[in-house]
Ligand binder design. Structure first.
Ligand SMILES: [Zn+2]
Ligand SMILES: [Zn+2]
Length: 369
């Protein structure tokens, strides 16, 4: 039995992306559609699928790395793991082929995946940070209950299409080549409906509005998309459902600016605080972003100084801790001063050996009494 990495032609430390890419390449090369009747190609196609099935699963891969074929032999027949037929491969990796080959029909009506759907969800800042359960309403087609998705009137059945003998594909000669195209008569369905179902007019599906609960994990950000596998449309002829993609829109919060998992908060302080140091109260993400804590400013804090609270930022999506919360000091220069304050600043300047000259009252615009 050939080494699985060798089968896919990848290194042992290959990333999942590389493994997937290698498998795509081989699956395309040895695909039965491209090599009709070629037994050798079919074997290669199976061999690649078997290797991919093990290596695409981190757990299986780790066991294979440690124990070789013994580590993965449970339930596997002679000749390696899992697949003995090409059909099994298509049902297991149908998704993958769907992406890659633009869907396919093999020896019968195309078993298609249902349509994917997309919806938008708006989140407040705390919801994005701490997660939430949101209700979404979606319009989707579901298989017609009256005809159970067949499209045919009760008591009748769809007839097998005579043009393609139910295959959904027709083969015709074009020059030297045999070209396979979707059957124009049944449009790839493989069957024709004589008496359409009155409920769905032969469409096989009916629209419904569904209300779904979407669990938003902590740490999501604006414009990210959640995929709810299998929550899209169900194809009327059976087969896997499509996915629901939920695009997240996060409303900003002026107290917190996000930079991935890190959060930046601007902290305005007075000149006196900057010079003398001391404690300052700052907002935190705790208590649904309504928390506060105090941070210590050293004497002579400069504008732009940053105080970092490690691990107090946004939770990481992979569940491994939190980012940091950075507080950026902004020193506020007073725009309005009382006469006494003007005197004190002048005195301060004199003490520092600085000549500020005559301070006209008008310099500060309106001088407070
Ligand atoms: Zn047909
Ligand atoms: Zn119907």
């Amino acid at each position: 039995m050939r080494d699985l990495y060798e089968v896919l032609g990848v290194k042992r430390e290959a990333s999942q992306a590389d493994i997937k890419k290698a498998y795509y390449r081989l699956a395309k090369q040895y695909h039965p559609d491209h090599n009709p009747g070629d037994k050798g190609a079919e074997e290669k196609f199976k061999e690649a699928a078997n290797a991919y099935q093990v290596l695409c699963d981190d757990d299986q891969r780790a066991r294979y790395d440690r124990f070789g074929f013994d580590g993965i032999s449970r339930g596997a027949g002679p000749g390696g793991a899992g697949f003995s037929s090409v059909e099994d491969i298509f049902s297991a990796f149908g998704d993958l082929f769907g992406d890659f080959f633009g869907g396919r029909g093999r020896g019968g009506r195309a078993q298609q995946r249902g349509n994917d759907l997309k919806t938008d969800v708006s989140l407040s800042f705390p919801e994005a940070v701490w997660g939430a359960t949101k209700e979404v309403k979606i319009r989707r087609d579901v298989p017609c209950a009256t005809c159970k998705g067949s499209g045919a009137k009760a008591g009748t059945k769809p007839e097998t299409c005579g043009s393609c003998q139910g295959k959904g594909q027709v083969v015709h000669a074009q020059g030297f080549f045999m070209v396979q195209t979707t059957c124009p008569r049944c449009r790839g369905e493989g069957q024709l409906i004589k008496d359409p179902c009155a409920e769905c007019n032969g469409r096989r599906v009916k629209a419904e509005t569904a209300t779904l609960q979407v669990t938003v994990p902590p740490g999501v950000d604006d414009n990210q998309t959640l995929r709810l596998a299998g929550k899209g449309e169900q194809p009327p002829g059976g087969g896997p459902s499509g996915h629901l993609y939920v695009v997240l829109h996060v409303v900003g919060d002026e107290r917190f600016r996000r930079d991935g998992e890190d959060v930046i908060t601007e902290v305005p302080i007075s000149i006196a605080k900057a010079v003398l140091g001391g404690e300052v109260t700052v907002p935190t993400l705790d208590d649904k972003c309504e928390g506060t804590t105090t941070v210590e400013l050293k004497q002579g804090t400069q504008p732009g100084d940053v105080i970092v609270r490690r691990g107090q930022g946004v939770p990481r999506l992979d569940g491994r801790g939190r980012g940091d919360h950075a507080y950026v000091v902004k020193v506020e220069i007073p725009k309005r001063l009382s006469a006494r304050q003007v005197e004190l600043f002048k005195e301060l300047a004199t003490e520092s050996g600085e000549d500020v000259g005559d301070v006209k009252r008008g310099l500060f615009g309106r001088v407070k009494k």
